[in-house]
Ligand binder design. Structure first.
Ligand code: S3P
Length: 174
């Protein structure tokens, strides 16, 4: 996609596959992939769970905003964001102004199945993941919907989602 003149930012709930899909999408497009959560961990020299524990969520959100603003510099790359990044007004404005935001969305059950594979997410440690995700979906989906493109991630191989994104991008551009 020669016309691509800015980053692609994947937004959506935990477990939807932003990192896996993002990596493959970047590979297909021949551009770099960056995981914003990993950048935050590198900068803080700590895991996200430790940042939440030691400094609290607002501190994490501030780091998240700074990392994302550094990554949106006009260079075409694929950026996977943590599920809450797009909820921050400043971060969302940055993304919508300087990148193409893609909302990856999936059924609640698909998300629940996928998050059950890892126990590293602080927001899912207290309480039933299905309930937490359902609550987050109610609050966040209307905001994710502000993304320029919406793509559904079905239960199945992530490659299918990558293809849907490529189609959505081509359609959006034409
Ligand atoms: C969060 C999602 C996580 C991570 C943090 C908070 C959220 O990222 O940023 O635990 O608020 O939804 P993933 O969406 O990559 O799991």
């Amino acid at each position: 996609m020669r016309w691509l003149d800015r980053p692609i930012v994947l937004v959506g709930l935990m477990g939807v596959g932003k990192s896996t899909v993002g990596k493959r999408l970047a590979g297909d497009l021949g551009i770099d992939f960056i995981d914003a959560d990993e950048e935050i961990e590198k900068a803080a020299q700590m895991s996200i769970a430790e940042i939440f524990e030691k400094f609290g969520e607002p501190y994490f959100r501030d780091g998240e905003r700074r990392v994302i603003s550094r990554l949106i510099d006009g260079t075409p790359r694929v950026i996977a964001t943590g599920g809450g990044a797009f909820m921050n007004d400043e971060t969302r404005t940055l993304i919508l102004g300087g990148a193409i935001a893609i909302w990856l969305n999936a059924d609640l059950q698909t998300l629940v199945d996928r998050v059950s594979r890892r126990n590293t997410r602080p927001l899912l440690r207290n309480g039933d993941p299905a309930e937490v995700l359902a609550r987050l979906a109610d609050v966040r989906n209307p905001i994710y919907a502000q993304a320029q493109l919406h793509v559904r991630s079905k239960d199945g191989p992530h490659n299918r989602t990558v293809l849907s994104i490529l189609e959505a991008l081509t359609q959006w551009h034409s």
